[in-house]
Design a protein around this ligand. Structure first.
Ligand SMILES: Cc1cc2nc3c(=O)[nH]c(=O)nc-3n(C[C@H](O)[C@H](O)[C@H](O)COP(=O)(O)OP(=O)(O)OC[C@H]3O[C@@H](n4cnc5c(N)ncnc54)[C@H](O)[C@@H]3O)c2cc1C
Length: 518
């Protein structure tokens, strides 16, 4: 089998485990030091490095007021106690940890020319092709370690489009949007904040323009222009992790035409601004997490599945100094296109690469547990998965390597549009194919596993260890309790359930049989 495959598979288990151990050690060190050093985001002096600790991040979230958030028909009283929301906080904390960790600092931070200081990669605007490549690599790095969304990438991609387009608007129109944005960016970098990015909207009948919809607020719209700012009404939907960010950056979702000036909008607001309501997604995985007595009964225990919410703007006030686009309809499309090309590189060519790596590594481990290392068709399937993964990575890197300054003179580098689009289109198919192959290697147990609680139940423990241990001499190496398997694979969550459910009745794929594909 190919060396790269071996490397990736072996690296997988170790990196997941070593990340957890490293996290625990660093957390303990922090606990020892925090009282002595009295860390606090709001006590940070101007001379200190901008990077804050994971615990400072969590503490800063606790200082927010007015957070109105609903899940499963109920108001969430304490976001820190909510098991689903907690996963987003933990993922963001990991991104703070990586920035401080000397072994990952190079990839997860960069020196900002605005602050002359080290800032988190998720707040740094690319100024060269090398920066774009580093951004791409950071996306894969994060996905491999989280096994879920790095909630900070829509905000970073929104920052790229804002830096580029506000520069162009200020140059062409004399508007002060760029100066405002740069001031905002510097403040965000100095305080090491988490930013979410919000474009997607409910929208009405797609055959019609917004002005013809009976409800004009199905796209975010200005309600009132005041001397001190704007009042807006509408909603953004599917927004990743916004409730655990400090700030939300809002961009137009689509091109705007003359007459649609009140929809041509971009701004940044604190996530606890009055008038905002978060209505969270809720799925069987959310219910499973709420029901679990111990998160370690779940797949991806700490970081969970990707969490989004609908964000309702019910007459929300935005001060002028936070408005970066208002009414210049010919520029709305530039915000959208520049976001799309940046995000497609990130989402298609980097983070899905990391997820695929986890799934492939987990499949390799399953192959070994079952003693099927020599089964040629499984090795072929693993090889195909690696080829799909590396094609995804190649598209992302090509997009970064062909990136250019846009517009010329702005100092902002954006990925290549064609390769960004190819990244997305390629990964849309490749990801499902990898899941289908993983479903084959995993077999029926991916869908039919009993609960991990059976390992704590004296009446069933011995049976589960015996019959799901695949003959292993180490009881805890039971199929579904492997501490090396990927967080996505551990308990059926997130990847295989629906795919594998379509596979019963195919019979077992006997590795001695010549015709294995029946
Ligand atoms: C897990 C997750 C996280 C996300 N996070 C974010 C986030 O952080 N921020 C954010 O802004 N967004 C986010 N999104 C939203 C995501 O970007 C959108 O879901 C995506 O752009 C598709 O838009 P849509 O869901 O409205 O689908 P639709 O636009 O409804 O698309 C459905 C189908 O209809 C077709 N279609 C739609 N309109 C037309 C038309 N006019 N003509 C012809 N065909 C049409 C589409 O091509 C597609 O085939 C997230 C989505 C997911 C699933």
């Amino acid at each position: 089998m190919d060396d790269h495959l071996f490397l990736s598979c072996n690296r997988l288990g170790r990196c997941v485990v070593s990340q957890y151990l490293k996290g625990i050690l660093q957390f303990r060190l922090y606990i020892l030091l925090k009282d002595v050093l009295n860390f606090d985001i709001f006590l940070k002096g101007r001379d200190e490095m901008a990077l804050i600790t994971p615990e400072q991040y969590e503490r800063s979230l606790r200082q927010r007021k007015n957070l109105r958030i609903f899940m499963d028909g109920q108001k969430v009283k304490d976001i820190f106690d909510n098991p689903n929301i907690r996963t987003v906080i933990e993922a963001n904390k990991a991104s703070y940890q990586w920035a401080l960790d000397p072994t990952s600092q190079e990839i997860m931070t960069a020196i900002s020319p605005l602050t002359n200081d080290r800032v988190n990669r998720y707040l740094y605007i690319c100024r060269s092709r090398e920066d774009l490549v580093a951004k791409a690599m950071a996306g894969t790095f994060a996905a491999e370690r989280l096994g879920t969304c790095i909630y900070r990438c829509p905000g970073l991609d929104a920052f790229h489009t804002l830096a580029s387009t506000t520069w162009e608007m200020e140059k062409n129109l004399g508007a002060e949007y760029h100066s405002r944005f740069i001031k905002y960016l510097r403040w965000v970098q100095e305080n090491d904040l988490v930013i979410s990015g919000a474009l997607t909207e409910p929208r009405g009948d797609r055959k019609k323009r917004a002005l013809d919809w009976p409800d004009p607020y199905l796209s975010l719209k200005v309600v009132e222009k005041r001397s001190d700012g704007l009042v807006v009404r509408g909603a953004k939907i599917n927004i990743s992790g916004a409730f655990a960010a400090h700030e939300m950056v809002v961009l137009p979702q689509s091109a705007k035409k003359k007459g649609e000036e009140d929809y041509a909008l971009a701004f940044g607001i604190p996530t606890d601004t009055e008038g905002l309501t978060y209505i969270c997604q809720y799925s069987p995985y959310s219910a499973e997490r709420e029901k679990a007595g111990d998160i370690y009964e779940l797949g991806n225990p700490l970081f969970g599945q990707r969490e989004t919410s609908m964000v309702v703007f019910d007459n929300v006030f935005v001060p002028w100094q936070r408005v970066f686009h208002m009414g210049e309809v010919e520029y709305s499309i530039k915000f959208v296109e520049r976001f799309a090309k940046t995000h497609r590189m990130t989402c298609g060519g980097t983070c899905k690469v990391g997820f695929m790596n986890l799934i492939i590594g987990a499949c390799k481990l399953l192959q070994e547990y079952k003693g099927l290392e020599k089964a040629q068709h499984i090795n072929d399937e693993l090889t195909e998965m690696v080829v799909l993964r590396e094609t995804g990575r190649a598209c992302g890197l090509a997009s970064a390597n062909l990136g250019r300054e846009e517009p010329e003179g702005s100092g902002v580098f954006l990925p290549d549009e064609l390769m960004g689009n190819v990244s997305k289109l390629n990964i849309c198919d490749a990801f499902w194919r990898v899941m289908a192959l993983a479903g084959d290697i995993g077999g029926g147990l991916i869908v039919t596993l009993p609960s991990l609680k059976e390992l704590k139940n004296p009446e069933t423990k011995k049976y589960v260890e015996e019959f799901l241990g695949f003959g292993s001499e180490v009881p805890h190496r039971a199929y579904f309790e492997s501490d090396e398997a990927s967080p996505e694979l551990d308990s059926r969550t997130a990847w295989g359930g629906d795919m594998a459910r379509g596979r019963p009745g195919h019979g077992s794929e006997d590795h001695d049989s010549k015709d294995r594909r029946l």
